[in-house]
Design a protein around this ligand. Structure first.
Ligand SMILES: Cc1ncc(C[n+]2csc(CCOP(=O)(O)OP(=O)(O)O)c2C)c(N)n1
Ligand SMILES: [Mg+2]
Length: 536
């Protein structure tokens, strides 16, 4: 045995081989045995609360296209992390989430900061959850965690590691393995789907987040153009997979059974690739599909295929599937090209005070650099965002995959860190509601510490606006807790080390945006806005 070779040194060597040298974390006494003598070639990204840790790691993994490593504190840290773990799960983000367990000798007596039923706690939001039976199994558990995290459907996995395991002697090296991150669709079934698509008079294409994640943006464009078919954005996408300014883009599909069914009326075939069927949100009853419309779905995720309530599914990597479909479908030049999405872009005749969200987005559409990336968590203004700020490049739109808010502020940090890692320089715009800005607000500190090029635009309408729209839809008057007076967000941002400004007019907004885009570190611009009735 090599002298001083321990579970810890063998595991770090394995992590190095797997390229997992960045640890997103928030430490505690049960993690310090892992973190001791932290190697110089590793980097620890500290976030001040675990919801922020997870969302940063999530976006970092998405942007770098590689799994990310997370270290949390026992049950308390995992508890704080859970909400954003749900987003990572739905977003198919490969995360290896670890936390410390109390000393093996203490666990039987329920010690302070122990992790009871550690492996049950993060379920069902991890693909695999494990506490090694022996200290010597820790490196192999990491290898298995890595394999589970990256194999389709990718997603978060969890390891609980007793604190006394790390210093146990262990001979290395760990066995390093490789596994598949994609699976090809079954040929015969894909041919059947291709034949149905070719035979369709008026197919509708719906591209979901899996397409962009799989690197299928260009293939999606090529398929739409070959078919001359309209493209709709999958409901509540956490990524955008098709250029929203393309003449074949018809806008978002809708978010309820009824709106989606209405939107698909007249199409004899809906071709849903890389999305759930469907990610429904408001309950507005209707037919799952309009009469005369059939549906085919392609997804890499068996759960997503099985939970579709209508249509026929095919499993396989969306990019591979689209590329193969391209060779199998017949050209649709005989089809009439659809009307492009309407973008009325109406502004009030005189500037409003407070500003309306379209006035804010009009300024952003003028000032934002074309290569900027958007992280969106402004819940009541999603429709206006697509109208004014279409996503036109791959990997340049991110939102929570779960619907849980408190993802966007830290996710912008993860995007910027990921960009820096892969040598990409582009500004990150975080469009965030005032309510949403408060759940993981401490991520601003990490943004400031790393001097990240993020411009947060916080829309301060002093309420949970979308919930007021829901109260109308659900006919539930008198709901308490929907107003947010007296939030000093710019002061908070300064307290975390960010530049910050309160703005009231489009002129001030434009000025502050330009300054922020030229600044070294993050800026938080707080715009007073009017509530926007959401399109539900
Ligand atoms: C973790 C979490 N808690 C609560 C909610 C419920 N919720 C959905 S939207 C919303 C309000 C968002 O308000 P804000 O960010 O100000 O956006 P606005 O609707 O005003 O545009 C809340 C509380 C949620 N989705 N996630
Ligand atoms: Mg609000």
């Amino acid at each position: 045995m090599t002298e001083n070779s321990t579970v810890r040194t063998v595991t770090y060597e394995l992590l190095r081989s797997l390229g997992l040298t960045t640890v997103f974390g928030n430490p505690g006494s049960t993690e310090e045995t892992f973190l001791q003598e932290f190697p110089a070639d590793f980097r620890y990204v500290l976030a001040l609360q675990e919801a922020s840790v997870i969302a940063m790691a999530d976006a970092f993994a998405q942007v770098t296209g590689r799994p990310a490593l997370v270290n949390l504190h026992s049950s308390a840290g995992v508890g704080n992390a859970l909400g954003n773990l749900v987003a990572a799960y739905h977003g198919n983000t490969p995360l290896i989430v670890t936390s410390g367990q109390q000393h093996r000798e203490l666990v039987i007596g329920e010690p302070y900061l122990g992790n009871r039923e550690a492996t049950t706690f993060p379920k069902p939001w991890v693909k695999w959850s494990y506490e090694p039976a022996r200290a010597q199994d820790v490196p192999e558990a990491f290898m298995r965690a890595y394999a589970m995290a990256v194999q389709p459907p990718a997603g978060p996995v969890y390891l609980s590691i007793p604190l006394d395991d790390w210093n146990q002697p262990l001979d290395g090296p760990a066995r390093v393995r490789t596994v598949s991150a994609r699976t090809a669709p079954e040929g015969e079934r894909l041919q059947e789907f291709a034949d149905r698509i070719s035979a369709s008079r008026r197919p509708a294409l719906v591209f979901g987040p899996e397409v962009d994640r799989a690197g299928g943006w260009d293939a999606a464009v090529a398929l739409a153009e070959k078919l001359c078919a309209p493209v709709y954005g999958a409901p509540l996408g956490d990524r955008v997979s098709f250029p929203e300014d393309h003449p074949l883009f018809r806008g978002p599909l809708g978010m309820s059974v009824k709106t989606i069914s209405d939107r698909l009326a007249g199409h004899d075939l809906a071709v849903v690739i890389g999305a759930e069927v469907f990610r429904y949100y408001p309950y507005i009853p209707g037919d799952l599909l309009p009469p005369g419309t059939e549906l085919v779905q392609i997804t890499a995720n068996p759960d997503v295929a099985a939970s579709a309530r209508v249509g026929d599914s095919l499993l396989g990597d969306p990019r591979i599937a689209i590329q193969e479909l391209l060779g199998l479908v017949t050209e649709g030049s005989a089809r009439t090209a659809p009307e492009p999405m309407a973008r009325p872009r109406l502004l009030p005749p005189v500037p409003s005070s407070p500003l309306t969200p379209p006035e804010v987005y009009a300024v952003l559409s003028r000032v934002r650099p074309p290569d900027s990336v958007i992280v969106n968590e402004s819940t009541s203004t999603m429709a206006q965002q697509i109208e004014w700020l279409p996503t036109v490049r791959t990997g340049s739109f991110f939102a929570t995959a779960s619907g849980g808010i408190g993802w966007g502020i830290p996710a912008a940090v993860g995007v910027a860190l990921g960009d820096r890692d892969r040598g990409v320089i582009r500004p990150v715009l975080g469009l965030i509601g005032d309510g949403s800005s408060q759940y993981s607000v401490q991520a601003l500190w990490t943004a400031a510490q790393h001097q990240l090029p993020i411009v947060y635009v916080i829309m301060r309408n002093e309420e949970y606006s979308i919930l007021k729209s829901f109260a109308v839809l659900e006919e539930t008057p008198g709901v308490p807790g929907l107003d947010l007076p007296g939030l000093g967000i710019a002061d908070l941002a300064r307290g975390f080390g960010c530049r910050a400004a309160d703005v009231a007019t489009t002129g001030e907004l434009e000025q502050e945006l330009k300054t922020a885009l030229g600044a070294e570190g993050p800026t938080v611009i707080v715009v007073r806005t009017q509530p926007q009735p959401a399109m539900l």
